[in-house]
Design a protein around this ligand. Structure first.
Ligand code: DGL
Length: 259
């Protein structure tokens, strides 16, 4: 059983890829919507939420857990590894390295939550992989709340995005925008549209799933089921609302349960 958790629907983008590429595995997705947004909480709060989320997934039988949230990864992954030594974890960090490599102009944007934007982890990644580049390290305050309502386009999203991306929108040399928050993966086409020049949106789903596959193989954690695999969705928030928004985002019927 592979567990996923995020503060809400953001991690579904990664989960979706994983489910398609690993059709024989059983999955549990936990959305900690009661505590969403993580990106505007203290490190201590994010650590507490993450410990509780992982505990829930471990109780359900998960031995491999994807922390499908950049904010929880930067603030809590080390702690989770210490507290759950028998569990395998895959974290998600903002994709600074591929963003830097793929930029031809050397002008790139990393869009994260406030907590991730200010984190030491992100600053170190930028210094290491894009130290000689022009990096707009921006935060998308207020976007997560809209995405949780199922809003991924339209005037409200555009207005917020223009505010968040303002410094970068004036730079015609920007050619890469990287997702530093899993929620923003759902905004890819809206983000790209706002730039007058051609920009590419980069996100971590593919790389995370490859990492997951490798871990499954190396540690013999795969289920090798021949029967149809099962997926369960849980939320700490409103079950009906999560089911509706998740179904809309993944374009398939999702029925969640209360965590
Ligand atoms: N989706 C999460 C991330 O990748 C957190 C969003 C939030 O709750 O602020 O950072």
């Amino acid at each position: 059983m592979i567990g996923f958790f995020d503060s809400g629907v953001g991690g579904l983008a990664i989960f979706n890829q994983a489910q398609q590429l690993l059709p024989r595995e059983n999955f549990i997705y936990l959305a900690d919507q009661l505590n969403c947004p993580y990106g505007e909480k203290t490190a201590q709060q994010i650590q507490q939420f993450s410990l509780r989320a992982v505990d829930f997934l471990v109780q359900k039988g998960c031995r491999l857990i994807v922390v499908a949230c950049n904010t929880a990864t930067t603030q809590a992954l080390e702690l989770l590894r210490r507290q759950f030594p028998k569990t395998f974890f895959v974290g998600i960090v903002p994709v600074v390295k591929p963003a830097s490599r793929q930029s031809k102009t050397g002008h790139l944007v990393i869009l994260s939550t406030q907590v991730t934007q200010k984190s030491q982890a992100l600053k170190e990644l930028i210094t290491r992989h894009a130290g000689n580049k022009t990096v707009y390290n921006l935060s998308g305050s207020g976007l997560v709340e809209l995405i949780e309502q199922g809003l991924i386009q339209g005037p409200k999203i555009t207005k917020k995005l223009i505010t968040c991306l303002q410094p970068a929108l004036q730079d015609q040399q920007v050619d890469i925008v990287a997702a530093g928050c899993t929620h923003y993966i759902f905004l890819a086409s809206e983000i790209v549209k706002l730039f007058t020049n051609k920009v590419k949106f980069i996100e971590p789903s593919q790389a995370v799933v490859q990492q997951l596959k490798k871990l499954l193989k190396e540690n013999k954690l795969g289920s090798n089921k021949i029967m149809t695999a099962k997926t369960f969705f849980f939320t700490t928030g409103n079950v009906a609302k999560f089911s509706q928004v998740a179904s809309q985002l993944l374009k398939t019927k999702i029925m969640a349960q209360k965590a």
